[in-house]
Design a binder for this molecule. Structure first.
Ligand code: PAF
Length: 290
């Protein structure tokens, strides 16, 4: 696996591969990789012959009081994991490579409305940071396909919208969430949990499962906005009772992320974000049309 730091080197390799008729699949990350990230590389296999991953802890997507300085950075271990997973190239740019004129002067890409709610409401400016860096990385790598985890369901929806609106010829692939045996979705931020909090954390996934079960128990006619609101309220109360500080717990249309309105076979998703100690956990559970 080549480890490179400049746009010119990525372009040169990508150009050669493309000329040889090979498709390039790209996995952007912020590093501190775990099995969930490696599953993205595995997912990429079905969409290309060459695999590029990037590691860039993007300052633009962190708020002033968030964990940018403390975000875990483990580049050597990450490189070993990527190489073992069959990645061809790891791009580790520094901030100057990504924001040559400085972050403040950098061009921004923003996807309105969908970026301003849920995680966007709690983390103002976060998704503009995400779409701005992903658009830039897409411009550098020019992949045929890019893979993102479904755990960050809102992020995936926003990136899909950006790629569609800006006519980017890139297939956006959503890879299933990887979970620990007890159901907790893998995340670099899980390491902020104390031993007691780690034992409590799988309740977030359980609450999503319970909510989907409760929705499915309603008859189609019974899936009113009041019934959905009651399930959301009960789920929030359940998590609060266990010591979580809930940012949101909502049932949404899986395609638009608008509030779920029952129509036969419209897929939905239950999304939740909650703080447990120092960790902010997010998770979701999709359901087929009820
Ligand atoms: O999901 C992440 O790790 C980041 O938000 C991403 C997509 C790599 C952009 O910095």
């Amino acid at each position: 696996m080549q480890i490179i730091t400049t746009t010119a080197e990525v372009r040169a390799a990508a150009c050669k591969w493309r000329a040889a008729g090979e498709r390039i699949a790209f996995v952007p990350t912020m590093g501190n990789l775990h099995e969930g990230h490696i599953s993205l590389i595995e997912r990429a296999r079905a969409h290309g012959q060459r695999f590029i991953a990037s590691i860039f802890v993007n300052p633009m997507q962190f708020g002033p009081n968030e964990d940018f300085n403390h975000y875990p950075r483990t580049p050597e271990r990450d490189a070993e994991m990527l190489e073992a997973a069959g990645c061809d190239m790891l791009f580790i740019p520094d901030a100057k490579e990504i924001y040559p004129a400085g972050q403040e002067q950098a061009t921004r890409v923003s996807v309105p409305a969908i970026s301003d709610e849920l995680c966007g409401a709690v983390r103002p400016g976060h998704f503009v940071g995400v779409t701005s860096v992903v658009a830039r990385l897409f411009g550098i790598v020019q992949p045929d396909a890019a893979v993102f985890g479904r755990k960050d369901f809102q992020q995936l929806a926003i990136i899909r919208r950006m790629a569609q609106d800006l006519c980017m010829p890139i297939e956006i692939i959503g890879a299933p969430t990887v979970r620990a045996e007890d159901g907790l979705a893998l995340s670099s931020r899980n390491q902020y949990l104390s031993v007691e909090e780690r034992a409590q954390a799988p309740a977030l996934y359980r609450s999503l499962q319970q909510a989907v079960k409760a929705l499915q128990a309603l008859s189609p006619k019974g899936i009113s906005s009041e019934a959905i609101a009651a399930i959301e309220d009960e789920s929030r109360a359940y998590l609060q009772g266990l010591g979580f500080k809930v940012d949101y717990f909502v049932v949404r249309d899986a395609a638009s992320l608008l509030p779920y309105v029952y129509a036969a076979e419209v897929p939905g998703v239950v999304l939740a974000a909650a703080r447990l100690g120092r960790a902010r956990l997010i998770d979701n559970l999709e359901f087929d049309g009820i």
